[in-house]
Design a protein around this ligand. Structure first.
Ligand code: FAD
Length: 305
């Protein structure tokens, strides 16, 4: 469903992010996760693209599989990095042909294995340029939906490391929306004050599209460290760090701490009329399902309003 229609029918969206699996074993694990999470009836699920340099074809394969074999509505991520104009057009045509309704347009990070890759080879430098290209594709009538693809973009409540000037950064975010983005999904954060402040700054900048909050329940100390490296700049509050430390490396206890923290974040976000909650699942369902249960929710639609 086009994201604008999803927002019309759901005052609060619930969505899950998956990564394309790299092995057969990981693929089986993901299918189990999807089976379990689709019972919660998410508004949509999204699939990352080339994060950390993994093969991009896998995103396409997973998106098509989710679309044809499950009840999930998949939103593929697309990045500017390492792509020509023709590449992007081909990707969009393929997704349009499979009836994919929305895409997430991102700048992307240079895959580690490409080291000092020269970005001047890319057709699109910034996500705003990619949004413009998708809009152009939409206007060409190449998508079966009259409005074409719905378009999501990324936002950073604590700031993106490449732009230390937060006022200028907000101008760049506004540019993505002005080019045609329909919604914003935030980087994960652990302190809701950062999100509320970001939401207010968006309002002050004249950004009127829904802002969905990115939530990641901490499940292991190692996972928390890895995420802190991937999502550079995120702050892990001392209160959370202290609780993780108290668990003394016992994964079961760390997971309980993480689920409790994420549950409190979600409860507070719902009380503060968040447009949507987007769970970074890391292809596992348990933590997300436990957060739902602690919120007293069996089905996302019960909260959609
Ligand atoms: C929800 C979410 C999902 C993600 N999914 C993926 C994924 O699937 N695959 C992946 O590889 N990465 C993913 N990322 C990471 C993302 O690609 C990186 O953080 C990347 O560095 C920035 O992407 P962006 O879309 O914000 O880029 P942009 O909006 O292009 O911004 C990148 C940087 O450039 C600055 N900037 C923007 N416009 C200009 C301009 N005109 N002049 C100068 N500077 C400018 C911005 O302020 C920012 O610092 C995701 C991030 C989020 C929050």
């Amino acid at each position: 469903m086009h994201i604008k229609e999803i927002f019309k029918t759901s005052s609060t969206t619930f969505s899950f992010e998956f990564m394309p699996p790299k092995t057969d074993e990981a693929a089986e694990q993901l299918i189990t996760t999807v089976d379990e999470l689709q019972q919660l009836h998410p508004s949509f699920v999204s699939v990352t693209y080339g994060a950390g340099g993994s093969t991009r074809q896998r995103t396409n394969d997973l998106v098509v599989r989710l679309k044809t074999e499950t009840s999930c509505d998949p939103i593929p991520h697309i990045t500017c990095v390492c792509h020509s104009q023709e590449d992007i057009a081909t990707i969009l045509q393929r997704y349009a042909a499979h009836g994919i309704s929305n895409v997430m347009a991102l700048g992307g990070d240079i895959p580690r294995k490409l080291g000092s890759y020269d970005r001047s080879q890319d057709a699109y430098r910034y996500a705003a340029d990619l949004v413009r290209a998708i809009r152009k594709f939409n206007l060409s009538g190449a998508h079966p939906h009259p409005q074409g693809f719905g378009i999501g973009v990324a936002g950073y409540p604590e700031g993106h490391p490449a732009t230390p000037n937060r006022l200028v950064e907000m101008d760049y975010l506004k540019a993505k929306v002005d080019e045609g983005a329909d919604y914003i999904v935030t980087q994960l954060f652990f302190d809701n004050h950062d999100f509320y402040d970001f939401r207010e700054r968006c309002e002050l900048a004249g950004i009127q599209v829904p802002v969905l909050a990115g939530i990641m329940p901490v499940v292991t100390e190692e996972g928390m460290r890895r995420m802190s490296q991937l999502a550079l700049g995120i702050r892990i509050p001392a209160k959370l760090l202290r609780a993780v430390k108290r668990a003394q490396g016992d994964d079961d206890y760390v997971r309980k701490v993480g689920v409790q923290w994420a549950t409190e974040q979600c409860r507070d976000l719902l009380d503060n009329k968040v447009n949507g909650i987007h769970f970074y699942t890391f292809n596992r369902s348990n933590a997300t399902r436990e957060v739902y249960a602690s919120l007293g929710v069996k089905d996302s639609r019960a909260l959609a309003g």
